[in-house]
Structure formats: structure tokens, C-alpha cells
Ligand binder design. Structure first.
Ligand SMILES: Cc1cc2nc3c(=O)[nH]c(=O)nc-3n(C[C@H](O)[C@H](O)[C@H](O)COP(=O)(O)OP(=O)(O)OC[C@H]3O[C@@H](n4cnc5c(N)ncnc54)[C@H](O)[C@@H]3O)c2cc1C
Length: 531
């Protein structure tokens, strides 16, 4: 009888184990199942299995690209990959916005890419304590936000912080913690109230300065490595009238003297937040935007320039006018002229004329929205896969910037690099920024933004890598650093020196995402030692 009972128990146990196993096998979809059912297809019906960024230099083979249509869909995919990665060879998810980052931030080899292009709705703005916010899905471009906020219920609103132009997604901008040309606020984190995020186990959660507060500084500036940003609530200003001022200078030293004098006499903004991290009150600085352009013609190359200051005027522009940003075509003369002008500038031709036209344009930008919407599509259209336009940026303490500029000028002259833009932006010091921040806690910095095109060849690429490493070393000698969304040309040692917080960043990453659901080539190269 006992034997029979034991036999019965064993059979039940085997059956139970088998059915639990069967059940477990079906609580997630395999990567193959996910890709075959949800992967994007080309017009000819082929599965899309490669991706590149706007620099054309980072082509990566993928398992598939998925463009989710709902938050639930993203949550499921993330949860399934998390389950899969527990017991199988890992496959990684990367997130992609408008693909303007240029250093392998949007993909990992044979990974799955989530393209956020369908999640781009923008809610109506809301007012609390007299201050405005707007909630936007992460795939929204800044121009999508402007369409909703530029005219709303008799108000005209504008972003408090935004990168300098608009064809970038909210998720991409937040994930590099980008900055624009605003005087007061530095990087975009300073204008974010809250986020909705999908964590590596698929959980959908709120993140703010007071809710899951540690995640706030990991996810913003986190290069998609801690979770998927689904939406963000962003702080706004009214569309203030501005008074443009352009003051020519004859040397970087003269610019720093002008700037130092201006900084002495200019109060900074102040911000008070409530216990939920929402804005309670704010006083504005008299200056809204502040930047400079450096001359690129032969005579004044990186020596002369123009200092631009945009002061608040009383009143708000209710028209909500934004600059249009069309791709060049025969039917849009202005875009076509900008495109041809930029095409010549990249060759070092008619540079003075192009810079004069740029100056004329900047001096007419007399509202916050206008300054946030400079046309850039005709410029982006000049780039091609045999001559891409590339960007670099270095952050240097204000008083030491002339030394950096003088060095860079020699580097570019010696290497025959033709710059199509060189500008300076003010980055105020801050101890409230993202984990992997470029903002200094102790000193105001200037960012120098450098745009150049590269004739592609093995030699030119090797040279560019060498002179980039030289510029990075120079930035260190001046107590500065370089910006991360660009090519993987700085060495690993240079990365570690520029971002000494990298170990804490990696510690949080490994603790929060033990199954390495999220990854990309930038992470693998600089933080995880895989080429
Ligand atoms: C012409 C040009 C101008 C630029 N101007 C500026 C500027 O003014 N200021 C500045 O700071 N930078 C600037 N950059 C750098 C660029 O802003 C950043 O690379 C920015 O992230 C691009 O946004 P994107 O939508 O193209 O993001 P992508 O390049 O698609 O993605 C950037 C990063 O964000 C992650 N990501 C994207 N969406 C999400 C999401 N929803 N959730 C989680 N992670 C996500 C990606 O995985 C990736 O790591 C410029 C670059 C170019 C080429």
C-alpha cells in the first residue's frame, strides 16, 4: 500500500514539475518570437536588421527593430527579455530616438532596438502656482511640443531648457542630459519635473526628485541603460520677448573679459520646489540666452567672434511664432539657399558671407520660441555617407577657455580640418545634475561646440581619432572634459578621467539591471570592456 502511495506521490510530483516547466516556458516570448512577430520590415517586406546613426559611422547588425505602439507593448518586450536573459545567452535592448547621437549609443550587436517613433503625443500644458508644465511622450520631437504649447488657450509657452534645435526626441535629449543656449539652466535635467519609466524587469514606474529619486539622476543622462523613458513632464516659460545684442570681439581673451564683467553684474535665477519636487516659485535672471560664435574665415579663424546676449523684455509674444525648419527643396527657396550656403561653408568657401547671414538671422530672434527653433534641416541635409558632418564638444572653466581655443585652432590648422561651426555656450556650475554629468560642481564652464565634415578614409579617421585624443588631453589640463554623445574616439582611460563617477554609474547599472536587458556599444566599450 505504501509503495503504491509513494508511486502516486512521485507521479504527481513529476507531473507538477513538468507542467510548471511548461508554464514557465511560456511566460515569456523568446527573442526570435518577439522579432518575428513585432520586428519592422522594409518596403520590400524584408526584416530590418541593421541600424546606423546620423554620422553613418556606426552601422550595427541587429536581431530586429521594433517600433512599439503602446507602453504595455514596451513593458512586455522588456519583461520577456529580462526573463530570457536569466537563463540564456543574453540579448540586449537599446532605445532609439532621432539617431543624432554619434557613438554607438543606440544599438548593440545583434540586439533588439526599440524605436520610439510612434510614442510622440503631447498633452495640453498645465499651470500650477502660476508656473507651466507639459507632459510629452518620449518619442515626441521638440517641434511636436511647440505645436501644442506655442498657442494654448490664449497663452504662448516655450521650453525652459531644450537643446539648441528641434529635430531630436524628448527621450534622446533627456538620456544624454543635453543642454542648449540658455543662460541660467545648464542641462535639461534642471527643467524636468517627472518621468514615467519602464525598468529592466518591465515594471512601469514614476521617477522624480522625490519619487525613486536615485533613478532620476541615473535615467536622465543614462544613455538608455537604466530603463525606457516613456514620457516626461517638462517645465515651461511663457514665450517672453527678448532683446538681442551682438557684440564683436577680437580675441577669446576679450570675450572672456566681456563675459566676466557681465556675469559680475547679472543676478542668477532662483528656484523653490515643493516636497514633491514641483516648482513652487521662481525668479528669472535678466538674461535668457547667452552664447558666442567664433569666426571661421582665414583672417579671424577662431580668434575673432561675436558675443550674443538675449535679455528679457517686459511682455510675452502671444503670436507663438516659431521658425519653420523644412528640408531643402526646389519649392522652398530659403531652405535651399541655407543648404547651398552651408554646402559651400563646409568647403571653406564664402565663409564670411555665411557667417554674416547667420549674424543677421540671430539679431532678429526676439522671442524665446524663435531662439529655440533655428532652422537646422537644411544643414543636416548636407551630410553624406562619404562625407559625414560630425560634432564634438568640450567643457572648459570659463577663465581657461582662451587657452583651449588657441590650442584647438592650431590642431585644426595642422590637420587641415575645415570647421563649419564653432560656438561657445555658458554652462553654469551645479551640484544637482545627472550621475554622469559634464557640469562642474565648482566652476562655471563654457562649452565649445565644433561642427566639421570628414572626408572618409582610413587615414582621415585615424588622424581624427588622434587629434580628438589630443583635444581631450588639453581639456583635462585645463580642468575640463569632453561630451559623450559623439564618436568613440577618446580612449577608455580618457573616459574614466573625464567622468570619475563612472564606477558609481556602473554600480547602479549592474544592481538595477542584473540581467543586462539594456545595453549599447557605448556602454560595452567604455564601461563593460567588450569591443
Ligand atoms: C546636429 C546636432 C546637433 C546637436 N545639438 C545638441 C545640443 O544643442 N545640445 C546637446 O546637448 N546635444 C546636442 N547634440 C547631441 C544630441 O543632442 C544627442 O545625441 C541627443 O540625444 C539626440 O537626440 P535623439 O533623439 O537623436 O537621440 P538618439 O541619438 O536616438 O539617442 C540618444 C541616447 O538616448 C537614448 N534614448 C533615446 N530615447 C530614449 C528613451 N525613450 N528612453 C531611454 N533612452 C533613450 C538612446 O539609447 C541613446 O543612448 C546634437 C547632435 C547633432 C548631430
Amino acid at each position: 500500500m505504501d509503495m503504491l502511495r509513494n508511486f502516486f506521490y512521485i507521479c504527481t510530483l513529476i507531473l507538477l514539475t513538468f507542467s510548471v516547466g511548461l508554464f514557465a516556458a511560456h511566460i515569456y516570448k523568446t527573442p526570435q518570437e518577439i522579432c518575428s512577430t513585432q520586428g519592422e520590415k522594409s518596403n520590400s517586406g524584408e526584416a530590418i536588421q541593421t541600424i546606423n546613426d546620423i554620422s553613418f559611422l556606426n552601422e550595427t547588425d541587429l536581431s530586429c527593430i521594433i517600433a512599439p505602439k503602446s507602453v504595455k507593448e514596451i513593458s512586455n518586450i522588456v519583461r520577456w527579455i529580462n526573463e530570457w536573459n536569466r537563463t540564456n545567452e543574453k540579448i540586449h535592448i537599446s532605445v532609439v530616438g532621432a539617431r543624432h547621437s554619434q557613438g554607438g549609443h543606440i544599438a548593440s550587436k545583434l540586439g533588439i532596438v526599440l524605436d520610439m517613433k510612434y510614442l510622440r503625443s503631447v498633452d495640453n500644458p498645465k499651470i500650477k502656482n502660476g508656473l507651466w508644465t507639459v507632459k510629452a511622450e518620449a518619442g515626441a520631437l521638440w517641434s511636436d511640443i511647440h505645436r501644442v504649447i506655442s498657442q494654448f488657450n490664449g497663452y504662448s509657452l516655450a521650453n525652459k531648457v531644450q537643446q539648441s534645435s528641434t529635430p531630436f526626441t524628448v527621450g534622446g535629449t533627456l538620456s544624454v542630459n543635453a543642454h542648449g543656449r540658455s543662460f541660467s539652466y545648464g542641462s535639461v535635467i534642471h527643467s524636468v519635473e517627472r518621468l514615467t519609466v519602464i525598468l529592466p524587469d518591465g515594471t512601469i514606474t514614476n521617477v522624480s526628485r522625490t519619487e525613486n529619486s536615485s533613478l532620476f539622476k541615473q535615467i536622465i543622462g543614462g544613455y538608455g541603460l537604466f530603463g525606457v523613458i516613456v514620457d516626461a513632464t517638462l517645465e515651461l516659460h511663457e514665450n517672453q520677448n527678448l532683446k538681442p545684442d551682438g557684440e564683436p570681439f577680437d580675441s577669446p581673451e576679450e570675450y572672456i573679459a566681456i563675459l566676466t564683467e557681465m556675469l559680475k553684474g547679472t543676478p542668477r535665477h532662483t528656484i523653490k520646489r515643493d516636497e514633491l519636487g514641483a516648482l513652487e516659485s521662481e525668479t528669472l535672471s535678466p538674461i535668457a540666452f547667452l552664447f558666442a560664435t567664433l569666426s571661421l574665415d582665414r583672417e579671424g579663424f577662431m580668434t575673432k567672434g561675436t558675443a550674443y546676449t538675449y535679455r528679457h523684455l517686459p511682455g510675452v509674444d502671444k503670436s507663438g511664432y516659431v521658425n519653420s525648419d523644412p528640408k531643402p527643396s526646389l519649392f522652398n527657396l530659403r531652405a535651399l539657399v541655407t543648404n547651398v550656403g552651408f554646402w559651400l561653408k563646409r568647403k571653406g568657401l564664402l565663409v564670411t558671407t555665411a557667417q554674416k547671414a547667420q549674424d543677421n538671422f540671430l539679431m532678429t530672434q526676439d522671442t524665446r520660441l524663435k531662439l529655440l527653433t533655428p532652422p537646422i534641416e537644411p544643414i543636416l541635409a548636407a551630410s553624406s555617407n562619404n562625407k559625414p558632418d560630425l560634432l564634438q564638444e568640450y567643457f572648459i572653466p570659463v577663465r581657461r577657455m582662451p587657452e583651449f581655443i588657441n590650442h584647438a585652432k592650431e590642431v585644426f590648422s595642422n590637420n587641415g580640418v575645415i570647421l563649419s561651426n564653432a560656438s561657445l555656450r555658458f554652462i553654469p556650475k551645479s551640484n544637482q545634475s545627472s550621475l554622469l554629468t559634464y557640469e562642474s560642481t565648482t566652476e562655471d564652464q563654457l562649452a565649445i561646440v565644433l561642427y566639421f565634415s570628414l572626408e572618409l578614409s582610413k587615414n582621415r579617421l585615424a588622424e581624427a581619432k588622434a587629434w580628438t585624443q589630443d583635444l581631450v588631453d588639453k581639456s583635462f589640463a585645463l580642468n575640463g572634459r569632453y561630451y559623450l554623445p559623439y564618436q568613440q574616439w577618446p580612449s577608455k582611460e580618457q573616459f574614466e578621467q573625464a567622468y570619475p563617477n563612472y564606477n558609481t554609474f556602473k554600480g547602479y547599472k549592474l544592481a538595477g539591471d542584473p540581467n543586462e536587458v539594456f545595453s549599447n556599444k557605448f556602454y560595452q566599450y567604455y564601461l563593460n570592456s567588450i569591443n
